[in-house]
Design a protein around this ligand. Structure first.
Ligand SMILES: Cc1cc2nc3c(=O)[nH]c(=O)nc-3n(C[C@H](O)[C@H](O)[C@H](O)COP(=O)(O)OP(=O)(O)OC[C@H]3O[C@@H](n4cnc5c(N)ncnc54)[C@H](O)[C@@H]3O)c2cc1C
Length: 464
């Protein structure tokens, strides 16, 4: 099928964040697009968004939203978060900026608001039709066809599009069908963490404002577990407790009764306990979903089928990049479509070229769990961040960016893999220089940069 053929019929499974953006973009390119979504339309009905009520949106995701003309509109839905605010057990709150550059910050956004924004924008294009309450029940990857339960007739219907794009999330039916075929080797793994998460709501203050600083992502690091909070526009915060299911002294299995919950919060998060009047009720009612990393390959088959977003690379949420990576998938695929003659060629190129980047962010997200729940409260980490801030405020992006900035506020065109390779070498170099007493925060920005660049080059040389 030629990319230039605008009569191509495209079927997308799942109108979540990635599927809505993809459908919208392909309609903007002029293709005939249908999207099947198993849930009701969230614009008509209050539905359980499933998981993570709010998300951190950053530059990679924003770049994709700019591509579809939503760069300005999305800003109205965002609360900028310029820093991590760390709440240690001793009560002495620390603030650590995400970047030394004023213009670099992450944004808290409601999953529902963002999804609705994308659906509304898609509605502006006649070429895209989104059908809600229509669940894909089986996928035939060889034919690129699906069966779905039609919400009106309640009957199972077939659909055989020219191109089938699976954006049906971490439990993807398309991926399950890829794993079942026997024509080629499909490698696939889901690695679960021993940790799960539970969301809690910190309500607005009596005056309708925010009970804690609204321009920060709050973290209560406690070693093996942690609590975080992201602000919502209504004055509330969505808090997420990450803790082991079963193992260790602190686990969801061991903390269940009213007394256990109250004792746990009194001991570990007394400041939070004071701000959530119905904490026990929420804790007992809210689910405790697991956290895992999905990797698979290839993402495409038979020149007709391709997966994107969580369907092909679900990651743990500790870098705040799962959705951003899914949005960036759409941006990268859009560029590849410009450069390819056929859909088969474009889908193969995307599958091969994009995977090293999503593997990298999967690894970085796992590393960041240790950083967030543990390292952020260590003195060396704080010295390192102070040095990084100093360099970022003194130099342009191309001259110096920390690993966090390379990943989250990347210099133009830098993929996750390059950000990881460079950022890890820099981290190693800075920590080595601090431990060796070779650099101090008080040193001039020029001498810090020189020492760090030299040591980073050595680390890279040894690695190669
Ligand atoms: C606790 C938590 C916090 C997170 N925080 C962040 C963050 O701060 N920043 C960030 O970038 N990412 C974050 N993420 C990751 C982010 O949520 C995902 O990466 C993102 O939702 C992936 O989008 P998607 O469209 O690929 O999949 P999904 O959002 O899962 O959407 C899939 C869609 O497909 C539909 N669907 C599924 N099966 C079928 C079927 N059989 N038929 C029809 N439709 C179907 C679903 O109903 C859904 O609408 C977080 C994740 C979690 C769990």
């Amino acid at each position: 099928m030629k990319v230039s053929n605008k009569q191509t019929n495209i079927l997308i499974t799942g109108a979540g964040l990635c599927g809505s953006l993809l459908g919208l973009r392909l309609a903007q390119r002029g293709y005939n697009v249908n999207v099947l979504e198993k849930r009701p339309d969230m614009r008509d009905k209050i539905i359980d968004a499933g998981r993570s009520i709010n998300l951190a949106l950053s530059d990679r995701g924003l770049n994709a939203l700019k591509m579809v003309g939503l760069g300005d509109k999305v800003k109205d839905l965002c609360i900028p978060m310029k820093a991590r605010m760390i709440h240690p057990k001793n009560g002495k709150v620390l603030t650590s900026n995400y970047s030394g550059r004023e213009e670099d910050y992450i944004n808290s956004i409601s999953r529902e608001d963002l999804n609705k924004l994308l659906l509304d924008k898609a509605d502006e294009y006649d070429q895209v039709q989104i059908d809600f309450n229509d669940e894909v029940v089986s996928v035939d990857v060889k034919n690129g066809s699906i069966e779905y339960k039609d919400s009106e007739s309640e009957e199972i219907q077939q659909w055989n599009p020219d191109i089938l794009l699976g954006t049906d999330g971490a439990g993807s039916k398309v991926r399950q069908a890829m794993a079942r075929q026997r024509d080629f080797y499909f490698s696939y793994s889901t690695k679960w963490l021993p940790h799960a998460y539970k969301e809690l709501n910190m309500p607005p203050a009596a005056n309708g404002g925010w009970r804690i600083d609204k321009h920060a992502l709050h973290i209560w690091p406690r070693g093996g577990f942690m609590l975080i909070a992201l602000p919502n526009r209504d004055g509330s915060f969505t808090m997420t407790l990450f803790m082991q299911f079963k193992e260790g002294e602190r686990s969801f299995e061991k903390i269940q009764t009213e007394n256990q919950i109250l004792d746990f919060f009194k001991e570990e998060f007394p400041d939070v306990l004071a701000e959530i009047p119905d904490l026990v009720k929420q804790y007992q009612a809210n689910p405790t979903p697991p956290l895992g990393t999905v990797r698979c390959s290839p993402w495409t088959a038979y020149g007709k089928v391709l997966m994107m977003g969580d369907a092909s690379h679900a990651i743990v949420p500790f870098y705040g990049q799962g959705m951003n990576a899914g949005f960036e998938d759409v941006l990268v695929f859009d560029k590849i479509l410009d450069e390819c003659d056929t859909w088969e060629e474009a889908m193969k190129r995307f599958s091969v070229e994009r995977k090293p980047d999503t593997d990298a962010i999967a690894d970085l997200a796992l590393d960041n769990f240790v950083e967030m729940r543990d390292s952020v409260s260590h003195p060396d980490f704080q010295i390192k961040r102070a040095i990084e801030m100093k360099l970022e405020s003194a130099f342009a992006k191309a001259e110096y960016s920390s690993k966090y900035s390379l990943v989250t506020f990347p210099p133009e065109g830098m993929g996750y893999r390059e950000a990881m390779m460079k950022g890890r070498a820099q981290d190693k170099a800075i920590l080595w220089l601090i431990n060796n007493g070779d650099i101090k925060v008080e040193d001039s920005a020029e001498s810090l940069l020189k020492a760090i660049n030299k040591k980073t080059a050595e680390v890279i040389w040894h690695r190669n």
